[in-house]
Design a protein around this ligand. Structure first.
Ligand code: GRF
Length: 202
């Protein structure tokens, strides 16, 4: 399967996918990353793409007349690489109608909380502030809501009394990276069906 990965930051989830493919080989893993997209310049995620010799594109909201134009441009740039699967790995923008029309049903996101708890841009921080004893991460298909699409897999992470946001988010990311690698490989190799809110992987 051809995979495009969208990033906005450090790109450690992207790196985990790249490392898995390097170790297993694209045929055995079932997926190859064909391009990396970002919503901003100057992030480590783009440096990781460059080091891996991958094509990259940057689609910034301010460079477009409005949000819909940005969304259409992002969809166009992504479609250039004919992906079978698009993975949002720390991509911090909500895509719009055009992107979902083109990639809905084959667009997954990873979120650093146990959805439906703590959706949005600060999953780890919100869980810590709330005082939950366990949190975790969720890999799900993206729908037209914010972190509301059908859940594919989740991983549980304990919250420790001494945690601050960074410590907790790092502990979540250790689980998240493994979960994302496992899910992307399975979707790519085994295929899947989305039935309402359920995801069936044979
Ligand atoms: C991940 O925890 C992702 O779930 C969240 O931001 C983090 C991105 O980390 N949205 P990285 O850029 O993959 O290192």
């Amino acid at each position: 399967a051809r995979v495009v990965v969208l990033v906005s930051g450090s790109g450690t989830n992207l790196q985990a996918l790249l490392d898995a493919i390097a170790v297993q080989g694209a045929p055995a893993y079932g997926a190859q990353i064909v391009a990396v997209g970002a919503d901003r310049y100057g992030i480590e995620g783009l440096e990781r793409a460059e080091r891996a010799g991958l094509p990259a594109f940057v689609c910034r909201v301010p460079d477009h007349a409005d949000r819909a134009a940005w969304d259409a441009a992002l969809a166009e740039a992504t479609a250039e690489y004919a992906p079978d699967l698009v993975v949002s790995a720390g991509f911090m923008k909500i895509v719009g109608e055009e992107f979902l029309a083109r990639f809905g049903g084959r667009f997954v996101n990873t979120h650093p909380a146990l959805l439906p708890s703590f959706p949005g841009a600060h999953g780890a921080r919100d869980a810590l502030a709330y005082g939950v004893k366990v949190t975790g991460c969720t890999v799900h298909f993206v729908d037209d809501g914010v972190d509301t699409g059908p859940i594919i897999a989740q991983g549980v992470v304990e919250v420790r009394d001494e945690d601050d946001e960074t410590a907790l988010h790092e502990r979540i990311k250790e689980v998240e990276r493994r979960l994302l690698v496992e899910v992307v490989g399975r979707l790519a190799r085994d295929g899947y069906r989305i039935e309402g809110r359920k995801v069936r992987i044979p």
